[in-house]
Design a protein around this ligand. Structure first.
Ligand code: MN
Length: 452
């Protein structure tokens, strides 16, 4: 699909955000459904209907269904501008989103516009809606599908951009009077994480073993982590890379972002406390990071753009951007103990509280010359809000275990126990619809036995 003028393309993109637009897939129209027609997030799935369909391929979530983009392309109802039919087929039948992301923003947007048009209820385009045999081939029930890690992730960086989180942690481990270190207000602090252990929601996570420095002993012991924690974060994927030694400007940094996911940066607090000086966390974070399977595009998040918190002192010039660069995303963490019927919501907060924006993180990350590759993942840092129940880690919620949280069906938690299932959820609330992320789930397995 090509447009006569850039403004025609912009109009078509804007129409995909119309709050009154409904889908003929009725489950998408429920006001609490994460995957409304305004959302259209991208992911990778497989299903067991036949041998061919067992292969991983690119899909888009809508209501309780997944649109198989390769099947839609085969039916002649989806084109990728600038790509031949064969090249497009290869991109859409791929086992990761990397080639699709690398195809560029015009392609992402064109697919969004074409899908919104095909899935809209009150539209002239009934090619999919009124063709039962085609619907059977193109739509997969989400309940019948397996969702996979959507991206082959070359690099993972984690930031530390919530002022409330940095203040809480600084107060707990250093000095409540000088909780924020002087550099914190001058730059988005980050470190290079471990990409190999990023896993998709639903993957069990094994409690790590490591060095623990117990207060009463001079030397560390080796054993299972006793202070296993979550970090409630969002992540964003680089869809448009950058060259070595060429910094990304803050003003245009968002052009490099494909979309966002929920991210749980599992943390072994006792291992972390012993190892993190002087070079930062290592084994305490490298054992696993869980992300949600659906990547919500920045285009879908556009109506939820809000003003970021005021920054004082004013950042250096390379970290300045005009306009609004925060997003209003409601976030929750739920904990379900093994055997419990119901989960307990232990945290409610919002992404909009973050002090440093994604654009500033990207400008800072590249300012010294570091390049970005398609598929690189950036973690926001733990998202903590201004109130006691809006902290995005158990470390803060329980104040390092001193104030355990109560669970609905009895019992308390200072840190995570074996068999606990942790679920992150997030969504933007529109007028009568949601643009949601689904969930990001991980269950904790017992540590491997420690040899004597
Ligand atoms: Mn983190």
């Amino acid at each position: 699909m090509t447009y006569a003028t850039p403004s025609a393309a912009a109009e078509a993109l804007k129409a995909t955000l119309d709050p009154s637009r409904k889908s003929w897939i009725e489950s998408a129209n429920h006001p609490l459904c994460d995957f409304s027609i305004q959302n259209l997030p991208f992911g990778v799935f497989s299903d067991a209907r036949n041998a061919l369909n067992g292969r991983r391929r690119v899909g888009v979530a809508i209501g309780d269904a997944i649109v198989d983009l390769a099947a839609l392309h085969d039916a002649g109802l989806l084109t990728l501008p600038g790509l031949s039919a064969d090249a497009a087929r290869e991109v859409l039948a791929a086992a990761t989103l990397n080639a699709f992301m690398a195809a560029g923003r015009d392609v992402w947007r064109s697919v969004r516009i074409q899908l919104s048009d095909l899935l809209a209820r009150d539209n002239d385009n009934a090619a999919l809606r009124d063709n039962a045999a085609l619907r059977e081939r193109v739509l997969v029930r989400m309940a019948d599908a397996t969702l996979h890690l959507p991206v082959d992730i070359p690099g993972y960086t984690d930031f530390y951009s919530s002022k409330e989180h940095a203040t809480n942690v600084g107060a707990m481990f250093r000095d409540p009077k000088n909780a924020l270190l002087p550099n914190w207000l001058e730059m988005p602090i980050g470190y290079n994480g471990r990409a190999s252990s990023v896993v998709v929601s639903g993957t069990p996570v094994r409690r790590p073993n490591g060095q623990l420095k117990l207060p009463e002993q001079e030397r560390p012991v080796f054993g299972a982590c006793r202070k296993l924690d979550i970090e409630l974060e969002t992540g964003f994927f680089i869809g448009c890379g950058s060259a070595l030694s060429e910094p990304i400007a803050c003003e245009t940094a968002e052009d490099h972002i494909f979309g966002m996911v929920l991210l749980n940066d599992w943390s072994a607090r006792d291992i972390q406390q012993w190892e993190y000086v002087p070079l930062g966390p290592f084994n305490s974070k490298g054992f696993a990071t869980t992300i949600s399977p659906w990547v919500v595009t920045l285009d879908a998040l556009e109506p939820f753009r809000v003003q970021q918190p005021a920054q004082e002192p004013e950042p250096l010039a390379y970290l300045r951007h005009g306009g609004r660069h925060a997003f209003d995303i409601a976030l929750e963490v739920r904990l379900r103990a093994e055997g419990a019927r119901e989960a307990t919501t232990i945290c409610r907060t919002n992404f909009r509280h973050m002090y440093w924006t994604m654009a500033q993180q990207l400008a800072h990350h590249t300012v010294a010359g570091c390049n970005m590759r398609v598929g690189d993942l950036m973690g926001s840092g733990t998202i903590s809000g201004p109130t006691e129940d809006s902290s995005g880690s158990l470390l803060e919620l329980t104040w390092n275990g001193q104030r355990p949280v109560a669970l609905k069906e009895g019992g308390t938690r200072s840190f995570i126990e074996d068999g606990d299932e942790l679920t992150l959820a997030g969504w933007c609330e529109g007028e009568g619809y949601r643009v949601g992320f689904g969930t990001c789930v991980g269950m904790i397995l017992p540590a491997l036995p420690v040899g004597q």
